[in-house]
Design a protein around this ligand. Structure first.
Ligand SMILES: [Ca+2]
Ligand SMILES: [Ca+2]
Ligand SMILES: [Ca+2]
Ligand SMILES: [Ca+2]
Length: 226
């Protein structure tokens, strides 16, 4: 019976692995997580004549490598992003960069970006690799003041996993509209015996800009002298 060999583990890594003492088959007993630990060295012992005098044993190291599975969706560094830019920002200007990462490795952590919704006017573009968002068309505060764009990050696993974040781009008003009178010419008839102080007419101008850029003051340039 000297040929009966009994197998055992010198180190089971907290019962993560077990070995069948007869067949020598090593079995996984708990779930693995490559993101926590990606390799184990298990020391296997073989003993003959267990419990008897003159028993001999030897040990061998078993290296176990844990392969990555795509089990971590991309995570954006921030829950949402916002930026304010002047409405006259030049086409091509980079306004914001988003960044997402995945705890996996290799293709399972290679991230690409795209717009899901919110860019129907095609005013912006996103670099699919870098996550940089740039202006692709003239902006106009008087037409649209803010953009709510949903950005997706996808990893390259199979199947790929994705996450979305909200990017808010707000425009700042620039004084790019002159006041406009509601008439090109005002014609007024006034009686020659009108009393001093009587209202002659009222002129009215509008300005499409906001706040101080749209506040109008009136003055007479010339023509009020005889
Ligand atoms: Ca993984
Ligand atoms: Ca992943
Ligand atoms: Ca404008
Ligand atoms: Ca403006």
């Amino acid at each position: 019976l000297n040929r009966t060999v009994v197998y055992s583990l010198a180190d089971s890594h907290d019962a993560l692995f077990s070995i069948d003492s007869v067949t020598g088959i090593v079995v996984l007993e708990k779930s693995l997580d490559r993101e926590s630990r990606d390799s184990y060295c298990v020391r296997v012992q073989a003993t003959d004549r267990v419990g008897q005098q003159g028993a001999l044993s030897s040990q061998v190291d078993l290296t176990i490598l844990v392969l990555d599975v795509n089990d971590n969706a991309p995570v954006f560094q921030r829950r949402d992003y916002s930026v304010t830019v002047p409405e006259d920002v030049a086409v091509g200007t980079e306004v914001l960069r988003v960044l997402a990462t995945s705890d996996d490795i290799g293709p399972n952590a290679e991230i690409t970006y795209n717009f899901r919704t919110g860019n129907e006017l095609r005013k912006f573009t996103i670099d699919s690799k870098l996550g940089t968002i740039s202006v692709t068309d003239d902006l106009d505060f008087e037409v649209c003041k803010d953009f709510y764009i949903t950005v997706e990050a996808w990893d390259s696993g199979s199947p790929p996993l994705s996450t979305a974040t909200m990017v808010i781009i707000q425009l700042m008003d620039v004084n790019d509209n002159a006041p406009v009178f509601d008439q090109d010419i005002y014609n007024v008839l006034i009686s020659e015996d009108a009393p001093v102080g009587q209202t002659v007419t009222r002129v009215f101008a509008e300005d499409l800009d906001s706040q101080v850029n749209g506040r109008i003051t009136y003055s007479i340039l010339k023509g009020d002298r005889r």
